[in-house]
Design a protein. Sequence first.
Length: 338
Amino acid sequence: MKKETTQTLGEFIIDKQEDFQYSSGELSRLISSIKLAAKVVNRVVNQAGLVGINGSAGGENIQGEEQQKLDVFADQAFIKTLSSREVVCGIASEEQDEFVTIVGSEDSKSSKYVVLIDPLDGSSNIDVNVTVGTIFSIYRRITPIGTPVELKDFLQPGNKQVAAGYVVYGSSTMLVYTTGNGVNGFTLDPSVGTFYLSHSNIIIPQEGKIYSINEGNYIKFPKGVKEYIKYCQEEDQNSNRPYTSRYIGSLVADFHRNMLKGGVYIYPTTSSSPNGKLRLLYECNPMAMLAVQAGGMATDGINDILDIQPTALHQRTSFFCGSSKMVEKAKSFMVKES
Ligand code: P6P
């Protein structure tokens, strides 16, 4: 493994600030506040069984999904940190029915950015100690600075994102993000509470041997997906098939592995979820920006995810993402069917 520098995330953010076309320092402060919230969530995730924060919070989110106590904790941690540091004018969250307007001092009102977040993705895995994650997406607002943020500030296509990233709370905790100039990964050293650059300029291999999909839903999949799964399972040494099936049930974990090793993650439409399960704005768009920035691809099976014009905050989409040649191959089966 190439030894990375001992550069901290804080130093990296400052070093890269001038690369960013809007280098006012505000985006740097925004990413720094996400870094802080990630540490707060990480501490609790790592102690979940000891601090009585496992299990259900007793409510449901707008998705109709049972909220875990950690879902609520993570949501509040990110909202509080982003609000108190007055780096955004609005936040949309998987755990909040509507977007949150950040009212504070003039700094909040004058902020150029909105953040969309899945505070704790894969939370159903928490109680069984499986990797979970946070996913974030950052846009410049399109309504006038200084006015109250509006829904249209959040309903922008993914190709307008200025930054995107995730935190993966796994065997180690990593923060992986892009501001449009490549993808870099930082590993938390818990002994000093600092993220250090550990994976610079991540590139997704064009080909991989891993396909990630919940085959328990096979009977409900579209014909093209069924045919692609059979393609993955065929024996063909020239194309390294059969591939390996790996499905953790936590998007951030499956995506992160495929980023580093190559592979494709698929959550298609099904007969019971005709629009797919994953949320476009705060799951698929940020992951799609990261995948594309790392040389990969992300589609809804046929169309590029980043080109989809959103119409609703919590809208869902089918999602095919990872190694470019694998996503293209899957697309060839989907196009034949359409
Ligand atoms: P299923 C977690 O709820 C999530 O949104 C993703 O993190 C994960 O990949 C997917 O849903 C798992 O869904 O239906 O396979 O359990």
